[in-house]
Design a protein around this ligand. Structure first.
Ligand code: PMP
Ligand code: GLN
Length: 379
């Protein structure tokens, strides 16, 4: 078979979680909580499964959930969107990202990414016949260089893929970044895919979102995930907000990729969000505490802690501990220390030389974080 993705292997998340399980290491690699979601939400899901609708939902998502999402966006971002033709419920943010790229990228179109970039972006672009160009972000603060960005723009540029709060670095963009992006693309026919799955996990004063930038929003797909916001990564329910013309194109793909997302899970999420509309706001404080537990426990270690402004990922620089590259260092950590982490070089096309940085997930019980930190502090 002639592979359409010859340079793609199995994702680092699958590899590292499998290694952690095999070797009995504490798994701070793949990003998922080790604590249960809200019991009331689980009860609603059970009820929806046992007594509710277990057949296809409308292709665009349950109306109740789309209405609830419209309310959430209005409350948080002061943006009014139409539940009818601007919101689509998808099987996770992953499906939304795939659908958006498949819907608008033509053969030979160029897509600008910011490296390190979440690993599903490039394969989706490649499968659609597009070509990725990259702005490289570097430790310790991973700030975008807008001059470098502008140099990549050509007549073929069709899409810019952005992600804030950012996985894997935990950095967040500023309002000025969004303004620079807008100024650079304003006069061209370029769209934006804004991956905002960690929208409620930010530790600054107020979240920077495309939802709050009216001009950019008029050109953008904004993608979110209930998996991150309600500790349910295995439910794979997400949504995408885009102006009607973009939504119409995205839905042409979505209807043939999955048609719809698990109906009882949509029902449970809609009811839960209606009952507890402010729940997602509490998420930042919840994760800030976990971040600080991990950071404090590692403060005297030989790792250098990089800034963490959002997401549930903390980066560690291990230059003072080892000369190994980050993939080898993560394998060594699992074997010798019993902690699984993610090397960040795998999210770059050209990893910066001598950048020795790994990612830890702190969406874990405090006891898990303290155990892991104790092991890491022995180095
Ligand atoms: N984008 C980013 C940056 C992510 O970290 C994730 C989570 N794995 C996704 C997209 C995919 O989200 P979902 O699990 O809802 O498909
Ligand atoms: N987004 C998660 C992470 O960054 C992993 C998702 C996955 O395994 N596909 O760790």
């Amino acid at each position: 078979i002639v592979s359409k993705l010859p340079s793609v292997g199995t994702t680092i998340f699958t590899k590292m979680s499998a290694l952690a399980a095999e070797k009995g290491a504490i798994n701070l690699s793949q990003g998922f909580p080790d604590f249960p979601p809200d019991a009331r939400l689980l009860a609603r899901a059970s009820q929806a499964l046992l007594t509710g609708n277990n057949q296809y939902s409308p292709m665009t998502g349950l109306p109740l959930l789309r209405d609830t999402v419209a309310g959430l966006i209005e409350r948080h971002y002061d943006r009014k969107v139409s539940a009818l033709d601007e919101i689509t419920i998808t099987s996770g943010a992953s499906e939304a990202i795939f659908d958006a790229i498949a819907a608008i990228i033509h053969q030979g179109d160029e897509v600008i990414l910011f490296d390190p970039a979440y690993d599903l972006y490039e394969p989706a672009v490649t499968l659609a016949g597009g070509v990725c160009k990259r702005v490289t972000l570097m430790a310790p603060d991973f700030r975008p260089d807008w001059h470098a960005f502008e140099k990549l723009l050509t007549d073929q540029t069709r899409l810019v893929l952005i992600n804030t709060p950012h996985n894997p670095t935990g950095s967040c963009w500023t309002q000025q970044d969004l303004d620079c992006l807008w100024q650079a693309i304003e006069s061209r026919e370029i769209y934006v895919l804004s991956d905002e799955v960690y929208e409620f996990i930010y530790f600054g004063k107020s979240i920077v979102s495309v939802h709050k930038h009216a001009e950019l929003a008029a050109r953008s797909f904004v993608v979110s995930s209930f998996g991150k916001s309600f500790h349910l990564t295995g439910w794979k329910v997400g949504y995408v907000v885009a102006p009607p013309a973009l939504t119409a194109e995205l839905r042409k793909v979505h209807q043939f990729v999955t048609f719809c997302t698990a109906t009882p899970l949509q029902q449970a999420l809609a009811e839960h969000l209606r009952e507890l509309p402010e729940e997602s706001t509490a998420l930042a404080a919840f994760y800030q505490r976990k971040r600080d537990v991990l950071r404090n426990a590692l403060a005297d270690s030989r790792f250098t802690l990089l800034p963490c402004e959002g997401t549930y990922f903390q980066l560690l620089d291990y230059s003072d501990i080892s000369d190994l590259d980050d993939v080898a260092f993560c394998e060594w950590l699992i074997d010798e220390v019993g902690v699984a982490a993610i090397p960040i070089s795998v999210f770059y096309q050209h990893p910066p030389e001598n950048q020795r940085v790994i990612r830890l997930c702190f969406a874990k019980e405090e006891s898990t974080l303290l155990d892991a930190a104790q092991r890491l502090s022995q180095l």
